[in-house]
Design a protein around this ligand. Sequence first.
Ligand code: DC
Length: 225
Amino acid sequence: MKKQYIIAIDGPAASGKSTTAKLLAKKLKYVYIDSGAMYRACGLYALNHNINLKDVKSLQQMLDKIDIKIKYTEQDNKLYLNGEDVTFRIREADITKLSSEIAVIGIVREKMVELQREIGKDGGVIMDGRDIGTIVFPYADFKFFMIADVKTRAKRRWEEANEKGENLNLEEIEKEIIWRDKNDTTRKISPLVKAQDAIEVDTSNMTIKEQANYLFNYICEEKNA
Ligand code: DC
């Protein structure tokens, strides 16, 4: 594939975006960027520095100081927050909630969008998130919007946690997903919404391999059309 495309994948939590994006990136030899990890890093920074999310001045100071770097390898991405590897810390439950809260703040989004555009500008990138096809790269070459019913999404998260040896409650996970869906779709700035020109993919009954193949075949067919 000659042209280095920008591929946007949006959708709600646990809809299959990141697993699909990772596999697709491997197939295409593209870089995979998880934009949600950046909001998670902001949440962690705010927590570590006792920043009140309602205090605009402190938030602005935080954004001036925050340094987020994503190191991409074919195996996995590592996220460095002001030089410290926080790849695993940002996946913990307190940061999951905080990331959704901090992601509603305009100045935070402006800074993250700027960073995301800088990382993706040369193409050869698959970026997943909530507003990639609508705000970050409205001119992305390909846009996908992944959905799945809430029970399936909760079960996926529960199975992931089990694999990691974490003993989480399925009902609690479902509640948390419903809360985040609401927060992400109803916020004033850049709410989670399907771009008009995005291809919707319902992953409720698809395996990860099927999801990645679906996107891959779609891209190959369009490219040859
Ligand atoms: O994709 P994720 O679950 O790791 O994202 C964490 C939070 O960050 C999510 O609740 C919403 C927010 N987010 C966002 O607002 N915009 C993005 N492009 C990516 C994530």
